[in-house]
Write a protein that binds this ligand. Structure first.
Ligand SMILES: NC(=O)c1ccc[n+]([C@@H]2O[C@H](COP(=O)([O-])OP(=O)(O)OC[C@H]3O[C@@H](n4cnc5c(N)ncnc54)[C@H](O)[C@@H]3O)[C@@H](O)[C@H]2O)c1
Length: 285
């Protein structure tokens, strides 16, 4: 089986980015959001992103039209029934994702690979909701998906070699560098990154340094492109909290126990860029 049609479920930060990547790589993309209006908004966002690339001379107009022609935005899950690969990128919540996998298993033909873009959650638990646990794996893109070179291919203990090979071939066709990793919370990147981000919140909350100085220190001192608090705002504080909770549940390592301030900010709906305020205020910019 060679993947031709890709389904993407979820119209958040990551779903739209993955749709852009896959459509630019030549795949037919069906993008599913829970309402037609958000699905259409995603296509409008994609049009805007491609228009910028044309303006900057990075994309031909004809190529832009071809990419848009490959993307279909839908509200019904049943529209994914012709996909060879479906990547879910909905909220980082295991119960919600498990329910979706049950539905996808019912809708999609036998050959379809069902993948999750989860940052930390156990892929095997989603796989076991289906009648095809061998055809389930993680395909973990990074944010922003069109810019970031890496994809982690996550092998659940049930994933077959064929599934991993197909998922790896898909990521490579998207121009990404695919690495393979076992189904363990945080995989490679988030297992290493999140203790650092979490400790940056603790440092800030303890008043050791200001927000701006913490970010400036890590950019200037470690040559990181973004400071930790800026990065948390980009990822989304709700997603970051869910990632830390999943890591702590798995390892009980205090470094993964979410900083109390992070939880309070999520309660206050200060989720970062997506709500316009997090550690920084984006409404002022
Ligand atoms: N934000 C990141 O930096 C990042 C990076 C890599 C992977 N991820 C993973 O990608 C996935 C999505 O993250 P995101 O940052 O795009 O989040 P987001 O908050 O931007 O979007 C979440 C999406 O899930 C949908 N959703 C919420 N509840 C739902 C439900 N009950 N049923 C169906 N859909 C529902 C929302 O409508 C929205 O479209 C998560 O698994 C996350 O861990 C996130």
């Amino acid at each position: 089986m060679t993947v031709k049609r890709v389904g993407i479920v979820g119209s958040g930060i990551m779903g739209s980015g993955i749709a852009e990547v896959a459509a630019k790589a030549g795949f037919e993309v069906t993008l599913r959001s829970r309402s037609q209006s958000t699905a259409d908004r995603m296509v409008a966002g994609l049009e805007k992103s491609l228009a910028k690339q044309v303006e900057r001379g990075k994309l031909e107009e004809s190529e832009r039209d071809a990419v848009l022609g490959r993307v279909r935005a839908v509200a019904e899950l049943g529209e994914l029934s012709e996909c060879d690969l479906v990547i879910e990128s909905i909220v980082e919540d295991l119960a919600t994702k498990k329910h979706l996998f049950t539905e996808l298993d019912r809708i999609c033909p036998e050959h379809t690979i069902l993948a999750t873009n989860t940052s930390t959650l156990p892929v095997v638990e989603m796989a076991m909701e289906t009648g095809r646990p061998d055809k389930v794996c993680g395909v973990h893109f990074f944010n922003p998906a069109p810019m970031m070179a890496l994809v982690e291919i996550v092998r659940a203990i049930t994933s077959s070699d064929d599934t991993i090979a197909e998922a790896t071939a898909f990521a490579t066709s998207c121009g990404k560098n695919a690495v393979q990793v076992k189904d363990q919370a945080g995989f490679i990147v988030n297992a290493l990154l999140f203790p650092y981000l979490n400790n940056a919140v603790r440092l800030y909350d303890a008043g050791v340094a200001t927000r701006d100085d913490i970010d400036a220190a890590m950019k200037g001192g470690c040559n990181f492109p973004m400071g930790p608090l800026e990065l948390l705002d980009l990822v989304g504080l709700d997603t970051s909290l869910a990632i830390l909770d999943a890591l702590y549940t798995e390892f009980k390592d205090p470094n993964y126990a979410p900083a109390p301030l992070l939880r309070r900010m999520v309660s206050a709906e200060r989720l970062g860029r997506k709500t316009g305020v997090g550690f920084y205020d984006y409404k002022k910019k």
